[in-house]
Design a protein. Structure first.
Length: 744
C-alpha cells in the first residue's frame, strides 16, 4: 500500500472506497488518471483478482497509459486485467457469445465506408433516391438512434418527419443486411451486448460474476447505450465506479449524454460521491477565471476548483482588428513568451472552435518560419473537400492536368465508374491526346455505355462552360459560382453531421481565402492563386518535427496540457458556435468547451477575438463572445486597439498602464520580459438595441455604418440576426443583440 503515499487526502478517500457504487467528480488537472490507476491497484492489493476487474476507457492511448502505470505498481498481477475502450472490450465479449445473436465469431466489423456502401444498396432495394435522401445523413440518424439504444421499430414510432420515416425503413432493412452478411458496424458493438444480455440471462450472469468491479473513465462522455450496458453488467454486485467531470462534457454531437453523470446519484441512491477539486496543472489566475466561467452553467454538479500553485500572470484578452492581425499577434506572443519563459515551441498550443480557422493561423506561422503541427486534422489545403475544389480550379487553368481531372471526374457522382475511366484512359493513350480531349470524342469510344457517355458529356460541358466564363468574371466570382453549381455546400448541409458541417465551414473558408486574395493582390489571377496554394501544400519543411507549435480544435485538446495556451476566435457565432438558433443546452455545452480550453493552460493563457473576420466568403463584423464578460475582472488584462506592425523582437503590445485586476499588486516587470498592451480598447456594451421590433423593410441606424434598410431577419432571442443594406457600407450580417440598432 505504499503507493498511496503519492496521493492527497481526497484522492486517498476516492481510491479506498471499494464497495458499492462510487462517483468521482474529477476536476480539470486533479489527477484523474492517477486516481483511476491507483484504485485498480488498490483493489488488487485488497485481494481482488485482476480478471474480475473491467476498466472501460474512451481511447486506446488512455488504456495503454493506465496499463503501464498499473504494471509498474503491481507487476504480473495485472496480466488478466480487462482494460480498453468500450468498443474493444465488448467486441471481445461478442466474439465469444455472438452465436446467441445469429452471428458467427468471424463476424466482420464495418467501418463508416462499409456501412455507407451497405446503406446505399439498401436504398436502391427500397427505391429511395439518394438525391432526395442523403445516405450519409441517414447513416448519421441511424447512428444517433443506436447510441440512444433505439431499435428500428422504436425509431419509426418516434419519427417526426418524412426523412425520419424513410431513415427508419432503411435502418430496419440495413440491420437485416448486416445479419445476412455476418457483420456489425461500430455502433452495434455497443448495442448488441445489451441485446445479448437482455435475451440471455445466463450469459449476463456469467459476465456479472466475471466482472465484480467495473470502472468507467470519462463517464461524462458516455451515451445511453454505453450507460445501459454498464448498468446491466454491474446490477448484481453494484461495484460500479465512474470517474469524470460534467464540466468537460463536450461531445453531444457524438451522442454523449450529460444526463448520465448528472443523474448517476438518482440511479444509485446509495452512491458514494467524491470530489477531486485540487488542480495540479494551472496557476491560480487561470483556475479562478475557469471557475468563474463554469459557474454560469445551471446544469452541473457543484465543485470549486482550486490550486496550491502560484498566482501566475493574469489571463490576457487580446482584441484584434481582423484574423490576419490575430495570427500576427499570436505569433509575436509565442516568440516573446518562449524567450521570457525559456520554453520550446512544443510548449505552445493554439486552440480554435472550427478547423476552418486554422488557415489564417497557418499563414502567420509560415510567414514567420515557425514550425507547427495540426493535431486531430490535416493542413487546410490538404483536406479532401479543399483539394476537390482546387482540382476543379486547376483544370480550368490547365485542362491537360490529368491528376486533377481524374480526382473530380466522378465528384460529385455522375455515374462514371472505374471501368469507364479505364476505357477513356486507353483511348487517350491510343490516340496520344489528353484525357480531357478524349472527352470530346466519347462517341468514338465504343466500349462506353450511354449512361457513361452522358456523365462524361455532363462533366466536359461543365468545365467548358467555366472556361468560357473566365474572361467575364473575377476568379473569386468564378470559384463561388462553380461551387454553387456543383451543389457541394448544399450536400454538406443536408448531411447534418459534425463532419459534414466542418467540411462546409472549410469550403466557405476557401472561398474567403480566394476573396481576400482577389481583393488584396493587384495582379490577382487564378494561376497565381493556385501557384501560392501549391507552395503551401507541397512544401512542408517542418513535417515530423517534434519542436513545433500545436494547432488543434478545442474538442481535440481535451485531456492535454501545455505551458502556454492561446484560444483564438472568441466571437459570437464562433464560440459559442451557431448559425441561426442556440438553445440553452447548446450554450452550456459551448461554455464547457471554452472551459476545457482554458484548463489546458499551465502557466499562461491568451484569448483573442477580432472586430472583422472573413467568413463564408464575405466580410463579417462579429461581436465579442458573451463568454468574455463571464470571466470576471480578477486576474484579467485586456489589450485594446491595434498597434502598428513591429518586428518580432519588439514588445508584443504597447501600454501606459495595465487594466488588470488581481488579488496581488501588479508587479513591474523587467524591461526585457514585458508583455505590454494598450488599455484604450473601446468599452463594448452588450446591451441590445432600443426596444423596437426589428423586421424586414424598416430603416435603422448603426453607430458605425450609419443609415440602412433591414432586408432579412432570422432567428429569435439572443441568436436573432439581421441582414442590413447600409447606404454607404453595403450589406452587413449583424447579431441584433449586439448591433445596437436604432430607428433612423
Amino acid at each position: 500500500m505504499k503507493f498511496l503515499e503519492d496521493l492527497n487526502p481526497a484522492q486517498i478517500e476516492a481510491v479506498k472506497a471499494t464497495n458499492g457504487p462510487v462517483m468521482i467528480i474529477a476536476g480539470a488537472g486533479s489527477g484523474k488518471t492517477r486516481v483511476l490507476t491507483y484504485r485498480i491497484a488498490y483493489l488488487m492489493a485488497c485481494g481482488v483478482p485482476s480478471y474480475q476487474i473491467l476498466a472501460l476507457t474512451f481511447t486506446n492511448k488512455a488504456a495503454s497509459e493506465m496499463k503501464n502505470r498499473i504494471n509498474k505498481l503491481k507487476g504480473d498481477e495485472a496480466g488478466s486485467l480487462w482494460m480498453g475502450t468500450f468498443h474493444s472490450m465488448f467486441a471481445r465479449i461478442l466474439r465469444k457469445e455472438c452465436m446467441h445473436l445469429k452471428f458467427t465469431p468471424a463476424f466482420t466489423i464495418y467501418d463508416s465506408d462499409d456501412s455507407l456502401s451497405a446503406i446505399k444498396k439498401v436504398m436502391t432495394k427500397l427505391n429511395l433516391p439518394t438525391q432526395q435522401f442523403n445516405p450519409v445523413a441517414i447513416r448519421s440518424r441511424m447512428s444517433m438512434a443506436k447510441n440512444q439504444y433505439l431499435s428500428p421499430g422504436r425509431y419509426a414510432e418516434l419519427a417526426h418527419d418524412l426523412f425520419d420515416e424513410k431513415a427508419a425503413l432503411v435502418y430496419a432493412e440495413y440491420q437485416k443486411t448486416l445479419e445476412r452478411s455476418n457483420a456489425m458496424d461500430f455502433d452495434d458493438l455497443l448495442v448488441k451486448p445489451i441485446e445479448l444480455f437482455e435475451k440471455k440471462k445466463a450469459v449476463l450472469e456469467k459476465y456479472q460474476d466475471r466482472f465484480k468491479f467495473i470502472l468507467v473513465d470519462e463517464f461524462q462522455d458516455t451515451n445511453r447505450a454505453q450507460y445501459q450496458v454498464v448498468r446491466l453488467l454491474g446490477a448484481k454486485y453494484r461495484n460500479i465506479s465512474v470517474v469524470g467531470d460534467d464540466a468537460q462534457s463536450i461531445y453531444s454531437f457524438r451522442g454523449a449524454d450529460i444526463r448520465n453523470i448528472l443523474d448517476f446519484q438518482k440511479d444509485f441512491s446509495d452512491c458514494q460521491l467524491f470530489r477531486l477539486e485540487q488542480n495540479y496543472r494551472s496557476t491560480k489566475s487561470i483556475i479562478s477565471v475557469a471557475d468563474q466561467l463554469i459557474h454560469f452553467n445551471k446544469e452541473q454538479l457543484k465543485k470549486n476548483l482550486w490550486t496550491a500553485n502560484p498566482l501566475g500572470d493574469p489571463v490576457t484578452l487580446v482584441q484584434c482588428t481582423d484574423d490576419h492581425e490575430e495570427g500576427s499577434k499570436i505569433v509575436r506572443a509565442i516568440q516573446q513568451e518562449s524567450q521570457r519563459r525559456k520554453l520550446d515551441l512544443k510548449d505552445f498550443a493554439v486552440l480554435y472552435r472550427t478547423n476552418a480557422q486554422s488557415r489564417a493561423l497557418e499563414e502567420a506561422f509560415r510567414k514567420n518560419a515557425i514550425p507547427y503541427e495540426i493535431v486531430g486534422g490535416i493542413r487546410f489545403y490538404e483536406r479532401k473537400e479543399i483539394k476537390d475544389i482546387l482540382a476543379y480550379l486547376r483544370l480550368l487553368a490547365n485542362p491537360a492536368d490529368e491528376v486533377s481531372l481524374l480526382r473530380i471526374l466522378n465528384y460529385p457522382a455522375r455515374g462514371i465508374g472505374d471501368v469507364t475511366i479505364e476505357h477513356v484512359r486507353k483511348f487517350s493513350v491510343l490516340h496520344s491526346i489528353s484525357i480531357f480531349d478524349s472527352l470530346k470524342k466519347i462517341e468514338e469510344i465504343i466500349e462506353l455505355t450511354d449512361r457513361a457517355k452522358s456523365g462524361l458529356a455532363q462533366f466536359r460541358a461543365l468545365i467548358e462552360k467555366y472556361q468560357m466564363l473566365r474572361p467575364q468574371m473575377t476568379f473569386s466570382e468564378l470559384a463561388r459560382s462553380l461551387v454553387d453549381e456543383l451543389g457541394i455546400l448544399t450536400a454538406f448541409k443536408e448531411e447534418r453531421t459534425a463532419e459534414s458541417m466542418s467540411r462546409w465551414e472549410n469550403v466557405q473558408e476557401l472561398l474567403s481565402a480566394i476573396s481576400e486574395f482577389s481583393h488584396e493582390k493587384p495582379n490577382a489571377s487564378l494561376e497565381l492563386f493556385l501557384e501560392e496554394v501549391a507552395l503551401v501544400s507541397d512544401i512542408d519543411t517542418w513535417e515530423g518535427e517534434k519542436n513545433s507549435v500545436t494547432l488543434m480544435t478545442l474538442h481535440a485538446s481535451k485531456g492535454l496540457e501545455f505551458p502556454v495556451v492561446i484560444i483564438a476566435g472568441l466571437e459570437e457565432g464562433l464560440l459559442p458556435f451557431y448559425s441561426n438558433t442556440l438553445e440553452s443546452a447548446d450554450v452550456e455545452e459551448e461554455r464547457r468547451l471554452f472551459y476545457v480550453g482554458i484548463t489546458r493552460a499551465e502557466q499562461k493563457l491568451y484569448i483573442t477575438y477580432t472586430n472583422l473576420r472573413y467568413r463564408f466568403g464575405d466580410v463579417t463584423y462579429p461581436s465579442e463572445s458573451r463568454f468574455l464578460s463571464e470571466l470576471g475582472t480578477e486576474n484579467i488584462e485586456r489589450i485594446g486597439k491595434r498597434i502598428p506592425q513591429q518586428s518580432a523582437s519588439a514588445p508584443l503590445f504597447e501600454f501606459d498602464k495595465p487594466t488588470v485586476t488581481s488579488k496581488r499588486p501588479a508587479r513591474r516587470k523587467a524591461k526585457d520580459e514585458s508583455v505590454r498592451f494598450d488599455d484604450a480598447m473601446p468599452d463594448y456594451e452588450t446591451e441590445s438595441q432600443e426596444h423596437f421590433e426589428i423586421k424586414r423593410g424598416i430603416i435603422v441606424k448603426h453607430e458605425l455604418f450609419g443609415r440602412g434598410r433591414v432586408v432579412e431577419v432570422t432567428g429569435k432571442g439572443e441568436a436573432q440576426k439581421a441582414i442590413v443594406l447600409f447606404d454607404e457600407y453595403g450589406r452587413k450580417n449583424l447579431i441584433v443583440k449586439y448591433a445596437k440598432l436604432s430607428p433612423a
